[in-house]
Design a protein around this ligand. Sequence first.
Ligand SMILES: *Cc1c(COP(=O)(O)O)cnc(C)c1O
Length: 409
Amino acid sequence: MTGSARPVSPRPAPGTAAALDGFATAAHMVQACRPVEPVYCLYPALLHAAGQRFVSGFGGHVLYAVKANPQPEVLRALYAAGIRHFDTASLTEIALIDGLFPDARCYFMAPAKLTGAAEAAFTRHGVRDFVADHASELDRLLRFADADTRIHIRMKAFDPRSVYELSSKFGATPEECRGLLKRVADAGLRPGLAFNVGSLCRHPDAYGAAIATAAQLAADAGVSIASLDVGGGFPTAYPGLSPEPLDSFFTAIATAAATAPLPPDCVLLCEPGRALVAEGQSIVVQVILIKDDLVFLNDGIYGSLKEMQISNESVVYPAAVIRIDGAPPSSAATRSWAISGPTCDSLDILPMRLDLPVDLREGDWIEFGLAGAYSNAMITAFNGFHPDRWVRIDDDLPPGLRSRSTPPR
Ligand SMILES: *Cc1c(COP(=O)(O)O)cnc(C)c1O
């Protein structure tokens, strides 16, 4: 053998968490980078654990709802955990998944698709799963559907205890569903049924009730459904919410499916977004100005903090202050502060106040935990602010999860 004696260490592929700059903790990142713009911190072990929890706990196919966080490093971490099915809402999301994972299956689950988008997904990306909740959308799908096409009829289902409802503009009534199911069956296809109980659902019995309704509705229509998609909505334990644990959702779904009048070969699907990604990402922001009790951050409701504005105060990111110069902030003594984003818009203020140290200072950083869902996914470039820096944290847990005993490795 000749040649260099130097061992060749494989380079991590770009777009993977391994290729991001890695730090032991978020404080180490701040120490090294002193970031003046928001930084998204990925905790790959947490993303992996969330993916595995669903893949092993849910008795069917797990479709990741890409809209919750479409960052490639996040998608790849979920793929590595065994997620192979993706709930997509647009051609852009389908092209993203198709480009990253040629062996993955995309489901086009937006009930109102752009003109021509469903057929383009069918011909260009091989998509064979589509949703419809209305006769004209179904007509458009049946025009190009082939024998392998699976049309999922979306039924209205809403649990009023969910934080967001997903059935006021989507979902057919039971009466309409029976008609749509029959039309799919008459076209020679075996339909599926789908529903969404709302996002941030805190009660497993919401799924059980909707499963029973769906199964009965299909039986009444005399249609044998190929699949039942129980949607997304699985919760994250934001401060003050205390939802039931994920396992009780899986148990309630399995129990309801086993007792409902479903065909024996009916496959269960679910579409979690939030519950797969919320825990595995935090955001580090900086305090840029303090005016009396009003704290200006470098991120706000036009950036990554949108959900704290729109969730009726249900989504609050747990916060921890990071200070690298001078005495650390007093962790025990806190007071409530009003929080503003950096834009020149007076609306860019959080609806709730946050408890932060009494001696909070300009220049301090704040790490917000549980911030992986609907954060970077909803940012705008309003006023020219558009955070897009990503790093990896290897040896710590984010705020909101630090009471867990050991960081996963
Ligand atoms: C938003 C959405 C989801 C994901 O909801 P989560 O609450 O994040 O789990 C799943 N399916 C559909 C159709 C959605 O619109």
